[in-house]
Design a protein around this ligand. Structure first.
Ligand SMILES: C[S@@+](CC[C@H](N)C(=O)[O-])C[C@H]1O[C@@H](n2cnc3c(N)ncnc32)[C@H](O)[C@@H]1O
Length: 254
């Protein structure tokens, strides 16, 4: 039977690949590189570099495919759902046409496939359709949240506390008192600004794990101007930014 690996590749730094990811790459026949025309070209380049660094030439095949652009629907969730179905159709075509029976294919997934990533659900959606059959396996990778905590040398939670991982879209749903430890992802608009008057610390990281990595931390209200400037400059310079941050409310005795 055909086999698909979803391989977590960490944050793009080849040093962040796990031994299991490398071993799985070595036994993979075909790698599918999905090109998002509108997106960050660097991320495709990094995937090619990872293959070249760990695999011998001629031992694997690479098949690239363009995936459709996400249309701006009335509701965010609906837009993402439609986009995922269209992307799943592209992946289904690759599995059907580009892998022989008893061969394996892999998708190199940014960070870890379990965290704000749709590949796993897309594979399950394809199987549910019942048109093609395959086995699949998930190889975990290092997430941006883990790298962020490591870089700032902080635990994700203090003793016995909760850690919430969410996206910028949901930040406004939380009352400030509820923000004990909160990792925020997918923030293109600097949503931390809505908390600028609160007694909150921020541990921010952009381009984590890469040569361009930027770190900043401190009391949000003290560093907010610096942070906004850094974000603006980074976006101007590179054309894109991936950032993650942890918000932490101060304890009375901090
Ligand atoms: C679609 S999610 C993918 C998350 C990924 N699966 C993971 O495990 O980290 C993309 C979001 O992850 C975060 N992210 C991914 N790579 C990052 C990096 N190198 N530096 C900072 N944040 C990153 C950002 O919040 C970005 O908006």
């Amino acid at each position: 039977m055909k086999k698909i690996y979803l391989i977590g590749i960490g944050q793009g730094n080849p040093d962040y690949l796990t031994v299991q990811s490398i071993k799985t790459m070595k036994k993979t026949d075909v790698f599918f590189l999905l090109e998002k025309e509108w997106d960050k070209k660097d991320l495709l380049k990094i995937r090619k570099e990872i293959l070249e660094r760990y695999l011998s030439e001629g031992t694997y095949r690479v098949v690239s495919a363009k995936i459709p652009k996400r249309r701006k629907g009335s509701k965010y969730e609906e837009g993402v759902e439609i986009w995922r179905q269209e992307t799943a159709a592209v992946i289904a075509g690759l599995i059907k046409d580009e892998i022989k029976e008893d061969e394996s294919g892999a998708l190199l997934v940014w960070g870890d496939p379990s965290l704000y990533d749709g590949h796993l659900e897309m594979l399950q959606h394809i199987l549910k359709q019942g048109i093609i059959n395959f086995d699949y396996e998930v190889i975990p990778g290092i997430t941006s949240v883990q790298v962020l905590a490591a870089r700032h040398k902080i635990p994700l939670n203090r003793i016995g506390e909760t850690i919430v991982i969410t996206t910028a879209r949901h930040l406004k749903e939380y009352r400030t008192e509820e923000i004990k430890n909160m990792a925020v992802m997918l923030d293109s608009r600097g949503s931390f600004q809505q908390l600028q008057d609160e007694d909150i610390d921020i541990y921010w990281g952009g381009y984590l794990g890469s040569e361009d990595e930027i770190l900043l931390s401190g009391r949000l209200k003290d560093i907010i101007m610096d942070l906004k400037n850094i974000i603006k400059e980074a976006k101007n310079k590179k054309g894109w930014l991936m950032d993650t941050y942890i918000l932490r409310r101060k304890e009375n005795n901090d």
